[in-house]
Design a protein around this ligand. Structure first.
Ligand SMILES: Cc1cc2nc3c(=O)[nH]c(=O)nc-3n(C[C@H](O)[C@H](O)[C@H](O)COP(=O)(O)O)c2cc1C
Ligand SMILES: [Mn+2]
Length: 452
């Protein structure tokens, strides 16, 4: 199958899920503002970016429907496909010729001239590459790691990478530093949805996220060796930057936006350089709004759902599904759907989920007779099946992630809400027996509803 993101854009265009912006736009703030104001609309393709010939697209995977479509599955199949991909990867396939190497620029003088990298928010101190999938190898085992981290352009060929210390990429950089080596990185821009989603899966260090990507689409990801470093990249991507990060050099970041939609102050980031760029003859540049915006939230959310659901199901088989909500910033709030949980089992699921994902702060457990993606139904569950005296969990002073917007000294209060039916409550004569027409009539009408 075609593993290019341009094939996905073409597919979206067929159903008017893509909009072409011909009006010239400034990559400084203006382009980002359009993407943000059209956060949940069609995918946007900017054909005239002031000062650049490279076209830019954004809001690619800004709905669950588009993520599913990009992976070639239905919306209903999306969760199980993601879980299956984490369970069993598909090894990459090595090729020697690659569209992403149609053009090779082996002396990078000024990145700002080469690429239309947007400046996003007023108080950030430079333009950021936000959809760069960074591929690096463990300095000793040579195992591959694939993840996204923001890269700020520092002038010339210099970059600053903002990487959470716990992420694998940061771990690899520390290992390289202990060996007095730089860490070679390939920054891949313009990726197929499978690579973007794969890059977000919470798996162990040493696990190659490109294998998850291959499994997501049932097709091994074709990779080609970089021109100047010992790293392989998806052959059908749009643009690759080859370079390295230096463990012993840092650059102060200043205010930077995060997924809650606020500025945060992380202090110094890692310094690096880009020394070679390869790309297709007419490359497309992917820009993801790096804040509280649907594409950023959903990419992480859909991946976190899969790994969390898998971890819960391993110990609580009645867990059916985990949804990480967009309102909860794609990181902080989860809905767990369970099939007729035993008394107390919902609370156990909440504790496991919070143990699994550091960021989770509010977890609501519902039954699998309602759709966890439909907030009206979740709220109905809270109204009908939740009793604050017994079903509310409040856990004070839990260690919080640095991104938690409410943290005090890096701790936060975590909340669990169990909105499920107590065993026995819904039996005939109980006070939560559902009122409905006879089942046979309901089934008959449902089957023939379009005749009425
Ligand atoms: C659009 C987008 C931007 C991201 N930016 C960053 C970032 O700047 N820094 C970071 O540490 N993680 C960032 N992430 C999250 C990581 O890519 C993600 O947690 C990944 O699973 C980490 O993988 P690793 O542990 O293999 O390095 C971003 C994710 C997305 C979807
Ligand atoms: Mn990893």
């Amino acid at each position: 199958m075609d593993q290019s993101v341009r094939s996905v854009l073409d597919d979206f265009a067929l159903t008017a899920d893509m909009h072409v912006v011909e009006k010239p736009v400034d990559p400084k703030f203006e382009l980002g503002a359009v993407l943000q104001l059209r956060e949940r609309d069609e995918t946007q393709l900017f054909t005239s970016v002031i000062g650049h010939s490279v076209r830019v697209f954004g809001n690619l995977l800004n709905t669950r429907e588009k993520i599913a479509r990009g992976l070639g599955v239905s919306l209903d199949e999306l969760p199980s496909r993601c879980i299956a991909a984490v369970e069993k990867g598909t090894a990459v396939q090595y090729v020697s010729e690659a569209p992403v190497q149609q053009v090779v620029i082996d002396s990078v003088v000024e990145l700002k001239d080469l690429l239309p990298v947007p400046a996003w928010f007023e108080r950030e101190s430079g333009p950021y590459i936000t959809a760069g999938v960074i591929i690096a190898k463990h300095p000793i085992t040579r195992e591959r790691n694939v993840s996204i981290a923001r890269l700020r352009l520092e002038g010339g060929n210099r970059i600053m990478a903002g990487i959470a210390p716990s992420h694998h990429l940061a771990q690899l950089l520390r290992i390289a530093g202990s060996l007095n080596q730089p860490l070679e990185i390939a920054v891949v821009i313009g990726n197929h949805p499978a690579v973007l989603i794969g890059s977000q899966m919470y798996v162990e260090l040493g696990y190659d996220e490109l294998e998850i990507a291959g499994s997501l689409i049932g097709d091994p990801i074709r990779v080609v060796k970089c021109k100047t470093i010992d790293v392989e990249v998806p052959a059908e991507a749009e643009i690759v930057l080859e370079g390295r990060l230096f463990a012993d050099q840092s650059i102060e970041e200043g205010p930077v936006s995060e997924f809650p939609g606020f500025y945060v102050y992380y202090g110094p980031g890692h310094a690096g350089e880009i020394t070679c760029m390869t790309h297709r003859t007419d490359p497309l540049y992917h820009a993801i709004v790096p804040g509280y915006a649907a594409e950023h939230l959903l990419l992480g959310g859909v991946a976190i759902e899969a790994t969390t659901c898998r971890a819960l199901q391993a110990v609580i088989p009645s867990v059916r599904r985990v949804v990480i909500t967009e309102g909860g910033m794609g990181r902080l709030h989860a809905i767990i759907s369970m099939h007729r949980p035993k008394l107390g089992e919902g609370k156990r699921a909440v504790m496991l989920a919070m143990g699994q994902v550091n960021l989770l702060k509010l977890v609501i457990v519902v039954e699998d007779d309602i759709d966890p993606l439909d907030w009206r139904q979740v709220e109905w569950s809270l109204a009908a099946r939740f009793n604050g005296a017994e079903d509310l969990m409040i856990i004070h002073g839990v260690k919080a992630d640095r991104c938690e917007p409410q943290h005090r000294d890096y701790t936060v209060t975590k909340i669990g809400m169990i909105a499920t039916t107590r065993p026995g409550d819904d039996t005939p004569g109980g006070n939560r027996e559902p009122a409905r027409a006879p089942q046979a009539i309901l089934d008959m009408v449902r089957a023939n509803l379009n005749e009425y």
